[in-house]
Ligand binder design. Structure first.
Ligand code: SAM
Length: 209
């Protein structure tokens, strides 16, 4: 994108795109060298850098952390299903690319609250049957696990272990509703999952019923 086109569409799809306020998906993508951003995102970051210059290093180290975790989960732990919560805009070494480099049969569902991620993800993954992109709010785990596209991908119904990981999403998640990284109280869920947050914790959740 990397344009200041204000038509409110992306990747040929009619989805509402806020171009008058920065979004974390686009701003974060900019820090990783991405081109899918607007002037408002760049201005926001340029005004932030003087007081928080390490944010670019943190973003890049976060991606390196993601690489190491996915490598570990595929190579050492035998995980073949991933749900990437708050995945952001596609960049280098996305979860499906890292996972498949160690386990070609890995399946990935990307989830983000920003619809621009869906537009770009779909365009990028049009021919990829093992990777799904959905728009969802990770604070509503049940809605995500019930999402028809995720159910179709079988990531929610398979009894194989599934990693659910909200990398780098602690700070941009609004606090009006508490984030839930736990399992839904009912309905389909990963047979066993783990969630890792760059900044804090590993939250194991869900065991086979
Ligand atoms: C800082 S970026 C991190 C991107 C990616 N996870 C990474 O580590 O490279 C945060 C992403 O989380 C998304 N996000 C924030 N709150 C969310 C929520 N409640 N549900 C789903 N996605 C959310 C934003 O739209 C953004 O794409």
């Amino acid at each position: 994108m990397h344009s200041d086109n204000q038509t409110g569409t992306a990747a040929g799809q009619s989805i509402p795109i806020p171009y008058d306020i920065p979004t974390s998906a686009r701003a974060y993508g900019w820090m990783l060298g991405g081109k899918d951003n607007y002037e408002v995102d760049r201005s926001f970051l340029l005004s932030t850098l003087p007081s928080f210059p390490e944010c670019v290093d943190i973003a890049r180290q976060n991606r390196e952390f993601l690489f190491r975790v996915v490598r570990y989960l595929t190579r050492e732990a035998g995980i073949r299903q991933f749900i990437d919560m708050g995945c952001g805009l596609p960049t280098d070494n996305n979860v499906h690319q890292v996972a498949r480099s160690f386990a070609p049969d890995a399946r990935v569902v990307y989830v983000d609250i920003d619809p621009i991620v869906l537009a770009h993800g779909r365009a990028l993954l049009a021919d990829d049957d093992s990777t799904t992109v959905i728009t969802g709010d990770m604070r509503d785990q049940k809605a995500i696990l019930d999402h028809p596209d995720l159910v179709r991908s079988s990531t929610s119904t398979s009894r194989s272990p599934c990693s659910s990981s909200p990398w780098g999403t602690t700070s941009p998640t609004p606090t009006d509703r508490p984030a839930s990284c736990g399992p839904p109280s009912s309905g389909p869920r990963p047979a066993a999952s783990s969630a890792s947050r760059r900044s804090s914790r590993t939250i194991p959740y869900g065991v086979p019923p």
